[in-house]
Design a protein around this ligand. Structure first.
Ligand code: GDP
Ligand code: MG
Length: 162
């Protein structure tokens, strides 16, 4: 049994997922975490914090010129967020599918936004939208020492377990 050969390609891909302040207020944290665990991704970083306006404006720097930017900033700094890094094969793209489109109006049932939200200004969750974006956002929200490299039991062979 060669464990390296049994590992999926890109198994180390990581993305940033955050439960936004409305999701925390509505006690959706557990259910959102459950979806990522259930799908098979590995949690490698987790914290709760209230984001500063500076952090938010860096996080959403591409949206700074949008008319809704200031309301987005005050929404996102209105209370604590739960920020997470999830790891696994194709996690960036798969988590975008799991989260659903930006506007919940068009989000399918079965997606986080489709199941828990009705308006774009309160859409419950954030997910990085590209590999580069994920890398940038992970570095912005986390220090490297707070991301854990750990072996999940279901990635090990039975002989190693014995
Ligand atoms: P996301 O990657 O799917 O979260 O979407 P974007 O990166 O395009 O936008 C970031 C966040 O800004 C969204 O999740 C929404 O919370 C918010 N947002 C986007 N478009 C609008 C809008 O037209 N109006 C308002 N109020 N908020 C918006
Ligand atoms: Mg985005």
């Amino acid at each position: 049994w060669d464990r390296s050969k049994a590992t999926l390609p890109d198994a180390r891909e990581r993305t940033l997922i955050a439960v936004k302040p409305d999701g925390v207020q509505r006690r959706l944290v557990g259910r959102i975490i459950q979806r990522f665990e259930q799908r098979g991704f590995k949690l490698v970083g987790l914290k709760m914090m209230t984001a500063s306006e500076d952090l938010l404006s860096e996080h959403y720097r591409e949206l700074r010129t949008k008319p809704f930017f200031h309301s987005l900033q005050s929404y996102m700094t209105s209370g604590p967020v739960v920020v997470m890094v999830w790891e696994g094969h194709n996690v960036v793209q798969t988590s975008r599918t799991m989260v659903g489109p930006t506007n919940p109006t068009v989000a399918q049932a079965g997606t986080v936004r489709g199941d828990f939200s009705i308006h774009v200004s309160r859409n419950v969750v954030h997910a990085s939208d590209s590999l580069e974006g994920a890398q940038r956002e992970i570095q912005l929200w986390f220090e490297a020492k707070d991301l854990l490299d750990w072996d999940c039991c279901d990635q090990m062979s039975t002989s190693e377990d014995a």
